[in-house]
Design a protein around this ligand. Structure first.
Ligand code: FES
Length: 258
């Protein structure tokens, strides 16, 4: 579809640096004024639709107010997870004392997935942030931790190590280092001395996470492959919601977040 430049505000309306939300042909666009230049991107975070114009602006970066993904306001590129796809950037011109925006149809900038591909998997153990996530997600994690398994028997640490074999298909980081595992409960089998039933409390980076079904299936697969696992149950927990500070240092390094 062909779009035309639309006058959205007067040049004097936003300070430098500054931002505002404008309507361009019925679409909400975040407009930025930085270092004397003007930029426009969709007011839509590609992670889960967060309103980017409400985020904090630092230089040429805007942080999504929902889960913290950062975007380059000049290109729409997704700079940090949990967003991996660019949001659309639009053409802007200054004319007749006004700011004019022309919509683009598709996003063109690359997200971080391009450089995340093929990076080595981190080996660090879960961070304190992850440990606290487990305790806030319910009783199951603390119960499991309170009764350490006898030597040689399956324990929560071993389950978490096994779960590092499950890789988020969009971020290329394992689900343990991403902080998606809120709790692990082991129950000894009634009929087999070495086997356990395992229940995993797991969250997603967003309620509409498209990778959800795959992550659940992979979690069940890696655990049921173990000879000491009798059954696996995966429960999806969205409260408390996932936030980037649940990631381990290793995951941050891998995703280039500092
Ligand atoms: S909606 Fe923007 S980071 Fe989740």
């Amino acid at each position: 579809m062909m779009h035309e430049f639309v006058r959205v505000i007067d040049v004097t309306e936003i300070p430098d640096p500054g931002k505002t939300l404008v309507d361009v042909e019925g679409e909400m666009v975040a407009l930025f004024h930085v270092d004397g230049q003007w930029y426009a991107i969709d007011d839509v975070c590609t992670h889960d639709g967060g309103p980017l114009a409400d985020g904090e602006l630092h230089g040429f970066r805007i942080a999504c107010p929902r889960h913290g993904a950062k975007f380059d306001i000049r290109t729409g590129a997704a700079l940090t997870m949990p967003a991996i796809r660019p949001t659309r950037s639009h053409e802007v011109k200054v004319e007749d004392g006004g700011i004019w925006v022309k919509l683009r149809d598709v996003a063109t900038a690359d997200g971080p997935s391009a450089h995340a591909v093929g990076m080595p998997q981190p080996s660090a153990s879960p961070s304190p942030a992850l440990a606290s996530a487990g305790s806030t997600a319910g009783e199951s994690a603390s119960e499991a931790a309170a009764s350490p398994a006898p030597a040689g028997l399956l324990c929560e640490d071993t389950v978490r190590e096994t779960l590092k074999g499950v890789i988020d298909p969009e971020l290329f980081v394992n689900i343990v280092d991403l902080g998606l595992i809120y709790g692990v409960t082991l129950t000894r089998s009634a009929t087999d001395a070495v086997k356990h039933a395992i229940s995993v409390d797991m969250t997603m980076t967003s309620p509409a996470c498209p990778a959800g079904p795959q992550l659940i299936a992979d979690t069940k697969r890696v655990l049921t492959q173990r000879p000491d696992v009798e059954s696996v149950e995966v429960r999806i927990v969205m409260d408390p919601p996932w936030t980037p500070d649940r990631m381990t240092e290793a995951a941050r390094d891998q995703l280039g977040i500092f």
